[in-house]
Ligand binder design. Structure first.
Ligand code: PA5
Length: 425
């Protein structure tokens, strides 16, 4: 389902030589004995999730579609990136939609916030506010504005019917507020951190509201859970990828650049950057996760990859079958001199761009390329792929002897900001 091709990765070591370390860490992940093991609920989530809550997600998604022209997804970091990755991947951005999704609560930009409030003034709206801690300021600030707007527009009772809160079962300020106001609530499990939460109600409600098949998504997660439940490096592609990252780091690389050739995968890259950056960038360790979208960025960052500092490797996500394709037409006169492409498909051209770039970066530029191949972009593959990355990440970060599941560093800016804002409690 997910293939990892290392034939262009320029590895100096054999991945298989890491088998005993991988077996040890695999046991740690599954026995919950590693650092941060209170947060490995995602490992077997596909077999343990609450089916009654899942049915409620499907019902509410339908209700949102009936209620609203715009769904405001109010959350930041792990509380929105996964949903946005899935929705961008699988929905067409052009054309009139029955339900438009707008992401709020992920910035303090006054311009961004005011523009959205202005845009939704005359629209029928619903809101899914998502915050595990229930105290994240970007989200809480935007939600207060949205809540007041909705209560003014619809009255308290109808506003409450249109607001859905996804939060911790007990902690934080959002849960008591939601209970008091009578919102439909969904639970973020205690043992699943934000950046692993796309497979919980955090991701599933907005993804389902966008019309994507979350049953198929969870089937993908389930199959990946089964397929990657082995320590065997000859079959576990997730662990192969996780180990490969560490080998390339030992070879002097400090940047991993996630590459896709599809604009609708840009937010998958954003999600991947959070997953890897927040999980492994600690204790002065870790690869810097970066991303580019080719061929667009070949006309900007491509120069650096080709001839700049040799501190990076590329991880290319390759989609075998595109969602859409068409045959390139002939043109009488051939004034643009493109008739040599007549009869070829647009995806074939994209493929040749990939092959030519691979050769340029690997052979001429001496930049290692790890290729991760998926057959197609659909809900099942998305579920399978995110679990592949979870498992790869856990292996890779435990190999650094770092806790993959906390993010102590993100508190520092908050402390400073709260002091400057005069926050007292
Ligand atoms: O991965 C994480 O834990 C973070 O990115 C959080 O998801 C993000 O900070 C939002 O937190 P919360 O859901 O508590 O509002």
């Amino acid at each position: 389902m997910v293939k990892v091709d290392l034939s262009h990765a320029k590895l100096n070591e054999d991945v298989l030589s890491y088998q005993s370390e991988v077996s040890r860490i695999h046991r740690m992940i599954h026995d919950k004995t590693g650092k941060g093991s209170d947060y490995v609920g995602w490992v077997d989530w596909a077999n343990t999730y609450d089916k009654e809550e899942f049915a409620r997600i499907l019902d509410c998604a339908k209700r949102i579609q009936d209620q609203a022209e715009v769904l405001l997804v109010c959350g930041i970091g792990g509380s929105y990136l996964g949903a946005r990755a899935a929705i961008d991947m699988m929905t067409n951005p052009y054309g009139k939609k029955d339900l438009e999704i707008i992401y709020v609560g992920n910035t303090f930009s006054s311009t961004a916030v005011v523009r959205i409030l202005d845009y939704i003034k005359d629209k029928e709206v619903a809101c899914n506010v998502i915050s595990k801690s229930g105290t994240t300021t970007e989200t809480a600030l935007a939600f207060r504005l949205i809540r007041q707007f909705m209560e003014e527009k619809y009255g308290e009772t109808e506003a409450a019917r249109r607001i859905y809160a996804t939060t911790d079962a007990k902690n934080g300020l959002l849960k008591p507020l939601a209970d008091k106001k009578g919102y439909e609530t969904f639970v973020i499990p205690d043992d699943i951190g934000g950046r692993f939460s796309v497979i919980t109600p955090v991701g599933l409600l907005p993804i389902a509201a966008a019309g994507i098949d979350i049953n198929a998504l969870m089937d993908g997660v389930k199959d990946a859970t089964h397929d990657y439940n082995t320590d065997d490096l000859t079959t576990n592609a997730a662990y192969v990828y996780g180990v490969t990252r560490r080998i390339l780091e030992k070879q002097g690389k400090s940047v991993e650049m996630f590459v896709s050739y599809e604009p609708h995968l840009v937010f998958l890259a954003e999600w991947w950057k959070q997953l890897f950056g927040e999980s492994e960038g600690k204790e002065d360790k870790g690869l810097l996760p970066a991303s580019v979208n080719f061929s667009t960025d070949l006309h900007s960052m491509g120069q650096f990859v080709q001839e700049g500092t040799k501190n990076l490797f590329e991880t290319v996500i390759r989609v075998v079958n595109p969602i859409e394709d068409m045959v390139f037409p002939s043109d009488e006169g051939d004034l643009d001199q493109l008739n040599y492409l007549e009869g070829k498909s647009l995806n074939w051209v994209n493929e040749k761009a990939f092959e030519g770039t691979l050769e340029a970066h690997e052979i001429t530029g001496n930049v290692p390329n790890v290729i991760i191949e998926i057959e197609k972009v659909d809900a099942y593959t998305f579920g399978y792929l995110v679990y592949f990355f979870f498992k790869a990440l856990a292996m890779s970060v435990y190999m650094l002897d770092v806790n993959p599941f906390d993010q102590p560093g993100v508190e520092v800016y908050k402390r400073n900001m709260f002091r400057l804002l005069g926050k007292t409690k």
